[in-house]
Design a binder for this molecule. Structure first.
Ligand SMILES: [Zn+2]
Length: 139
């Protein structure tokens, strides 16, 4: 079985380090974290990788993504590097975002002033929704 990334720091550099409870144990070469195969929920892992990279492309900083998703910023940096994700350009521009539940989201879209003159992206975030707003035409 191939493990892709250290669950602690996201590095893909690790070595086998004995068998514990019939499970292969690994040691991360970067952060010295010990982990075994079953510790990694592959599905959840892929979800967080995708979400992190999505938010990264939306212009959020590593620290913001860490705060929102609870994924270490070191992991996110490693994923960005691993998948060779590049933002189209760097600018001082920064999007704003809100975390809303389904009914708050409905209320938000009821008000034309909230969506006028702005690009809005909605992405699922656990049991809530994240709304990312690009206010291109405002200062
Ligand atoms: Zn590690």
């Amino acid at each position: 079985m191939k493990i892709e990334l250290c669950p602690n720091c996201g590095s893909d550099s690790y070595i086998k380090s004995g068998i514990v409870n019939n499970r292969q144990r690994f040691k991360c070469k970067k952060c010295n974290y010990f982990f075994s195969v079953n510790k990694i929920g592959k599905k959840i892992d892929a979800y967080y990788v995708n979400k992190s990279l999505q938010l990264y492309l939306e212009g959020l900083t590593y620290r913001e993504i860490e705060r929102i998703l609870g994924v270490s910023h070191v992991s996110i940096m490693n994923w960005v590097k691993k998948y060779n994700i590049k933002r189209p350009y760097n600018s001082d521009y920064h999007p704003t975002y809100k975390i809303l539940n389904a009914s708050e989201l409905g209320d938000y879209f009821q008000k034309p002033e909230n969506i006028k003159g702005a690009g809005v992206i909605v992405t699922e975030l656990g049991d809530k929704f994240m709304l990312i707003k690009w206010e291109r035409f405002k200062e």
